[in-house]
Design a protein around this ligand. Structure first.
Ligand SMILES: [Zn+2]
Length: 430
């Protein structure tokens, strides 16, 4: 295995030091390090070194929709975005609701080698919301599933949600809820408000998300299990989670990069690239989720990377699929929304995008501070450059990025997975 000496990096945005990586581990961090003769040196002056990012919410689409994404292409996109681990959502075809399917996804990830893939198991059989899936068998499988979600659909039946929360306590699992009251969102197309009326698109009220979050926090408090809220998007949701945490109730929550930056006004273009579930909200909501992420109410950023082929997106708004890609732009969007606005430091970003998602998902190999002896899961990021997003530059199989044409700050220069570069910009090596 090649050894790497990374020189002059700002460690998690702080002190400038060198990192020596060998045999899959961080061997040392400091200055004047004793490197082996055949070491490859990477000039990291001006770059920020972060722990490998962990995405708790990725749609890899395999098995079943290999025209949209595969485990190979999706994890390659993840590596390009600085991720060393992704949690793969269960809404595949067949649904990841058995040990067989989650083991298949886990193996495909291991074989691809770009990022560790942690399959998420479905909560209910076929994600149909009527009968609990084999949660224990998935937990005991080689994939060691700890996160369960029917994402794409809400586990709306309160009795079933209660039983799921109770069941996963046996192996310290967590239920990740896609909070969407289905009766309040029938036919919904965009955020409900003055603009949805003007555009003639069926509105998606904030309360449809907030009502489920409130219900689930109370249910979870009753059974004493672990609840995680997916892609929280409204000011009211932030307030509910904040109040729950103040009362000492157990809940964790995520926000997507697109909900940190984009607003519902984009729907006025009727371009389905901006159609997403939950929908883009108002400026006030964006400010609230930023504040929630800054003060720790929202624990993590998760991409909800949702690739779709052209034919599912390049059509009239009401017929188009919900979802946006996000792995390759996540860190840049977080820099723009949270770092450049001084709401977070790089140490906070390491917390929200590496330490905490790894802890929630129980990915022990990941989310470790950069220190000697830790697995060499490392990202080198250049916050000084700017780039215009060009969908065709993506290594994802899909092109549905809402940031098309936008200029975003920053660029991932290198990603290391256990000491092996999955991305390495040649300009910095010597
Ligand atoms: Zn979802």
């Amino acid at each position: 295995m090649t050894a790497y000496l990374i020189t002059g990096a700002s460690i998690v945005g702080g002190e400038v030091a060198d990192l020596l990586i060998d045999n899959g581990e961080i061997v040392a961090i400091g200055t004047g390090l004793d490197a082996p003769a055949d070491v490859q040196t990477i000039d990291a002056q001006g770059l920020v070194a972060l722990p490998g990012l962990v995405d708790l919410h990725t749609h890899l689409r395999e098995p079943g929709r290999e025209d949209a994404e595969t485990v190979f292409t999706g994890t390659r996109a993840a590596a390009k975005g600085g991720f060393t681990a992704v949690f793969a959502m269960a809404n595949t075809d067949p649904v990841a609701d058995t040990a067989g399917v989650v083991e298949q996804v886990w193996r495909l990830g291991r074989d691809a080698g770009y990022a560790d893939v942690y399959p998420i198991g479905a909560v209910t059989v076929g994600r149909k919301g009527t009968q609990l899936a084999e949660l224990g068998a998935m937990a005991d499988s080689a994939a060691r599933v700890r996160v369960f979600s029917d994402d794409g659909d809400c586990v709306w039946d309160a009795a079933l949600m209660r039983r799921a929360l109770e069941y996963v306590k046996a192996f310290n699992g967590v239920i990740a809820q896609h909070a969407q009251e289905p009766r309040l969102t029938q036919g919904a197309q965009m955020n409900e408000g003055a603009l949805s009326g003007v555009l003639g698109l069926t509105g998606w009220p904030s309360v449809a998300e907030e009502a489920i979050i409130a219900r689930d926090i109370l249910l979870n408090a009753h059974v004493g299990s672990k609840l995680h809220v997916c892609h929280l998007s409204t000011k009211g949701s932030v307030e509910i989670v904040r109040a729950a945490k103040r009362r000492g109730l157990e809940v964790t929550a995520e926000v997507t990069p697109h909900h940190l930056l984009l607003t519902e006004e984009l729907a006025a273009s009727y371009d389905p690239v901006y159609k997403v579930n939950p929908p883009l909200r108002t400026k006030e909501d964006v400010e609230a989720v930023r504040e929630g992420l800054a003060d720790g109410t929202i624990d993590i950023v998760a991409t909800d990377h949702a690739p779709h082929p052209v034919e599912d997106k390049d059509c009239e708004w009401s017929a188009a699929a919900f979802g946006m890609t996000g792995l390759e732009t996540a860190l840049s969007v977080v820099q723009q929304a949270m770092i450049d606005t001084k709401l977070l430091t790089w140490a906070d970003v390491a917390d929200r995008m590496s330490y905490r998602p790894a802890a929630i998902g129980q990915a022990a190999e990941h989310g470790r501070p950069l220190e000697a002896g830790a697995p060499a899961n490392v990202v080198l990021y250049d916050p000084r450059v700017e780039r215009t997003v060009v969908p065709e530059d993506s290594v994802s199989l899909s092109r549905n990025t809402p940031f098309d044409g936008m200029t975003l700050p920053g660029k991932v220069v290198a990603t290391f997975l256990r000491g092996t570069p999955t991305v390495l910009d040649g300009e910095h090596t010597r």
